[in-house]
Ligand binder design. Structure first.
Ligand code: AMP
Length: 108
């Protein structure tokens, strides 16, 4: 999806502060952090919103949720963290490529 900001980040066409990448996911810091630590886990597959997920996306969603604790720990959030998935315009979503926010470490 050439007009999707996050697809362009995955492709390296838009720079990002990458934390982790594998064949399924890409993880990078949010450009406008809400807390001291704020990163997002996104699937490489372009899925616009959580509402667009299908039964075949179950493993991918499970992988992303399981990854939150490992990556949070790596980023210094071993005591706990917040997760957030804004879904649809009415849910406050701004970028229409599925993403799980992971935040913590205190307010800015
Ligand atoms: P949401 O409201 O859940 O769709 O959040 C989208 C998030 O993407 C916001 O917190 C933005 O700060 C973040 N964002 C948008 N563009 C970029 C970018 N180029 N690099 C990093 N984060 C971005």
């Amino acid at each position: 999806m050439s007009d999707c900001v996050f697809c362009n980040i995955i492709a390296g066409q838009i720079p990002s502060k990458k934390i982790y990448e594998d064949e399924d996911v890409f993880v990078f810091h949010d450009i406008r952090p809400h807390m001291k630590v704020h990163f997002m886990i996104i699937p490489k597959k372009h899925i616009p919103t959580l509402m667009d997920c299908q039964p075949e996306d179950r493993d991918l969603l499970g992988k992303i949720m399981l990854m939150t604790s490992q990556l949070a720990k790596q980023e210094g959030l071993s005591e706990g963290y917040k997760t957030l998935v804004n879904t649809g315009k009415a849910g406050g979503q701004e970028v229409f490529h599925l993403h799980v926010h992971v935040m913590g470490g205190g307010s800015l």
